[in-house]
Write a protein that binds this ligand. Sequence first.
Ligand SMILES: [Zn+2]
Length: 378
Amino acid sequence: MLCPLTIVLPALIWLSTPPEPTLAASPELARLREDVFHLASPDFEGRRGEGGRAAGDFLIDRLQGLGLEPAFEGRFDQEFTAGGLIGRNIAARLPGTDPERSGSWLILSAHYDHLGIRGGQVYPGADDNATAVAMVLEVARCLLAGPDRPSRGILFVFFDLEEEGLLGSQHFVREPPVPLEQIDLFLTADMLGRSLAGICEDMLFVMGSEHSPEVRPWITEAAAGLPLDVGIVGADLLVIDRSDYGPFRWNEVPFLFFSTGENPVYHTPDDVPETIDYSKLTAATTLIERFVRRAGSVTSLPEWDAERTPWIEEAEAIGQVLRKLLEHKEELRIPGPQRLMMQGMVGRIEQWVEDGSLTASQRSSMVRIAQIVLFTVL
Ligand SMILES: [Zn+2]
């Protein structure tokens, strides 16, 4: 016979321990790694031509498998011709949970094309840009798996023919699946698995907040506890639009561009999946996933700010990069006159950081020097 206590006790224990809450899924290194290896495999022939077509089909399968809706009137793909080439953007949508925000969309994107086969060699493009494609897939999976879906709609977009001059994103803004005025924030990432010049190990750059300063604290808070050194800098450091944020910037859509920066194997056949820093890619994906959750549900997103008001944290980040490059001046073969110019700039930045302020003209002199350095060192 059962003693009554053995019946009562388990019931008490059950009452005092509530069922485990459903935890939001978080980005996983193993999945990111598997996707990067798959996208960079020789089967996709550097994601151009036939191989690009196959990569696009793979992405459509994945978006469908996640249970997302097609973005282009019942289709996941948007074919276009530009510059004598045929391209195909791939996109899916996750409608927001708040019907009152049905006219507000956020885009999370990455280009999926690369350089194809050149001189008989496959350019696998593992960092550029299988890493960011894997990030978008992983963020989509986490948002769908978690209990708190964003209240505004999210479009997950993979652009084609970025390497040919942002052709896919240019076509997308000409024929967007939702009116361009309803796209309140555009996020894109290009190269998330290496480091600037191969030496800025923990650095992740986030560019574009000069037009939406309100999002800066969201970035910093999303980075909390992650092994990343986040440099929030202006996109004008890059002189020309280096990725798919360009066409959105021209249309004054607030944007952010995430990148770990250009590195020695950039656009070479050595951009292989074996040498990607998957821990860094996982950390960057986690940051972006947290950011998207927040931006996807905040009451309002920032409007386009044309002022580009200088911010001192940018000077700190640029100072940090210049110091890093100077530490490696021999191996990077930085010429003497340039070293002097960089050292001078580091000194001035230290002074501004100490003063805690940066004027517009100080910022332009700093940006000019950073541009020269990025052009000649990399
Ligand atoms: Zn790229």
